[in-house]
Ligand binder design. Structure first.
Ligand SMILES: NC(=O)c1ccc[n+]([C@@H]2O[C@H](COP(=O)([O-])OP(=O)(O)OC[C@H]3O[C@@H](n4cnc5c(N)ncnc54)[C@H](O)[C@@H]3O)[C@@H](O)[C@H]2O)c1
Ligand SMILES: N[C@@H](CCC=O)C(=O)O
Length: 514
């Protein structure tokens, strides 16, 4: 087995790579608007009711029409997955891991096509789409290897005349509910983690990005995944989501998404349904309201670049986005001015064009919500960049900066999930860390400083799951910066980390006397 290394990002400064991406966009354009069925036990099931996936940059362009499950179809999928678990759990972990390695190889060969599909379906600029696909490959390569590491359990002490073993066994049927914003990486990562550990899966993708999920299931089938192991059941969160979360045969739920939906699932999944013989396990990775802290002794150009990248990468639609800039009063004006200048260089537009580095937000509801927050921001702070939106052809919002806001203001506390950042002045580094901790979230953070003592202070006191020094707050890499947050950011499951797979299994100890 080759040691794990993350998938390299594509260098689009090379003309050949740009041409290949343009070709891939044409390939994807060739299959826009097609119909996609549900997949239950390998069987294609077509429904009259459809989820229509639109291109957020061209709101009339249909990416695909995907069949929509209802409660009856969700029940059918549950029965199939429950039955399939009896055989899948006994399949050798090496065979399960092998499917992931093959699937990773298939995706690697079609990397640009998957990324181009993300550009169309999720509105991702090229580099963001490329990173999303690379992360999906990483999850498969990394979790495959982690399963091989865990397949023989953990060492146990034994005494003379006694043989003790500590083994991991799968849980049962897992309901996997991913978000739309890492439509490939998080969808694939959460699904394969559940599957490679010997569980069967009901995948309910986000209704904004179901086509890329369907294409991924096709890859898994091509890689040898048996029918019924992963069942593809797009549907409404309120109908299919609630039904499966409440279902007595659901053994665990792997959710990634908003705080609001995460807490709903947390509450519902804790209730015991009739006939249920276990406490459901819940992995819930939720939102963030993340800060970039700038010290008075810092590289100020790096600080401004880190703020702008953290705030506006993928239009701020990352749970890791740095939506709060907390800057020491000694360098506040300089960092703000430079951040405004860098922000004004960003070109907003249809991300199929490589020169547009900021694409649309995902849909009308997101556009309306973000524009509402921009109005709130105008009352709470000083608008110094952006502030405008245009939803005539797609959902475009200019990267927006508010200066001189209070760290307790609404735009500094509530997750906007769009290209909006607020600047707050701190009197000292201590106060900056206090402010950074004063939200209910605890996902990511960044500190820009040259001061070693302040690095160590932040390492201890800045209470987030992923803390970065002298860089941006986004872009965790599988196996290098495993990902997950504290407090209302979720269960800190650390996706892409060395103990993530164990969350999908239970440990069994056997003790033999001889
Ligand atoms: N912490 C992380 O790792 C992480 C990663 C990505 C995104 N996020 C968060 O996700 C959010 C953005 O994603 P989103 O808009 O897709 O989130 P969302 O909460 O609206 O939806 C997430 C998923 O939940 C489903 N859902 C909706 N209602 C449901 C219900 N009642 N029962 C079951 N499922 C239901 C949706 O269909 C979707 O598949 C942001 O808050 C972002 O911070 C967190
Ligand atoms: N893991 C991603 C964020 C996922 C949430 O949107 C990052 O580190 O930027």
């Amino acid at each position: 087995m080759i040691p794990y290394k993350h998938e390299p990002f594509t260098d689009f400064s090379i003309e050949e790579n740009r041409k290949a991406y343009e070709e891939a966009l044409k390939t994807v354009e060739g299959y826009l608007g097609q119909d996609y069925p549900l997949i239950i036990g390998g069987e294609r099931v077509t429904t009259d009711d459809k989820i229509v996936s639109y291109n957020p940059a061209k709101k009339d362009e249909v990416v695909g029409r995907v069949s929509k499950a209802n409660k009856e179809l969700a029940e059918r999928a549950m029965k199939v997955a429950d039955e399939k678990f009896n055989t899948w759990k006994k399949v050798n972990p090496e065979v399960r891991a092998d499917i992931l390695f093959k699937a990773a190889a298939i995706v690697r060969r079609r990397k640009n096509e998957f990324s181009a599909l993300l550009t169309k379906e999720a509105g991702k600029p090229w580099n963001e789409a490329d990173a999303d696909t690379a992360e999906a490959i990483d999850f498969m390569e990394y979790y495959g290897r982690q399963m091989l590491r865990l397949k023989d359990g953990m060492p146990m002490e034994s005494r003379p005349g006694e043989f003790n073993r500590y083994d991991y066994i799968p849980l049962g049927v897992g309901v996997v509910i991913p978000p739309w914003n890492f439509a490939f990486a998080i969808m694939a990562g959460t699904t394969v983690a559940a599957m490679v550990t010997g569980n069967t899966v009901l995948l309910k993708p986000s209704s904004s990005t179901p086509v890329v999920a369907y294409k991924f299931i096709e890859v898994m089938e091509e890689a040898g995944m048996p029918a019924g192991v992963i069942n593809f059941i797009p549907g409404s969160g309120a109908e299919v989501g609630d039904y499966l979360v409440d279902h007595p045969r659901t053994r665990f739920i792997s959710f990634t998404g908003s705080r609001e939906v995460g807490l709903r699932i947390f509450e519902r999944s804790s209730k015991v349904s009739e006939g249920q013989i276990w406490m459901k396990r819940l992995i819930a990775e939720m939102g963030g309201k993340n800060s970039v802290v700038v010290d008075n002794d810092a590289d100020l150009e790096l600080a401004a670049q880190s703020i702008v990248k953290s705030a506006f990468g993928f239009s701020g639609q990352k749970c890791s986005a740095g939506a709060r800039a907390i800057v020491h009063q000694d360098v506040y004006d300089e960092v703000l001015e430079r951040s405004i200048a860098l922000t004004k260089e960003l070109v907003v537009g249809d991300p199929t064009d490589f020169s547009n580095k900021v694409g649309p937000v995902v849909d009308q509801a997101a556009f309306d919500k973000i524009m509402k927050y921009i109005e709130i921001g105008k009352k709470e702070g000083r608008l110094v960049a952006g502030g405008e939106g245009d939803d005539s052809t797609g959902y475009f919002i200019q990267p927006t900066i508010f200066a001189d806001v209070d760290s307790k203001d609404r735009i500094m506390q509530e997750e906007i999930f769009g290209p909006v950042v607020g600047f707050t002045k701190a009197k000292s580094f201590d106060e900056a860390i206090e402010m950074a901790n004063n939200t209910e979230y605890g996902l990511t953070g960044a500190v820009i400083t040259r001061n070693r003592e302040h690095i160590e202070q932040a390492r201890e006191d800045f209470h987030v799951g992923n803390l970065y020094f002298n860089r941006n707050a986004t872009g965790a890499i599988v196996g290098y910066q495993s990902f997950g947050g504290f407090n209302m950011s979720g269960t800190d499951s650390k996706a892409g980390g060395p103990d993530y797979l164990q969350l999908h299994m239970q440990a069994k100890v056997t003790s033999e006397t001889f």
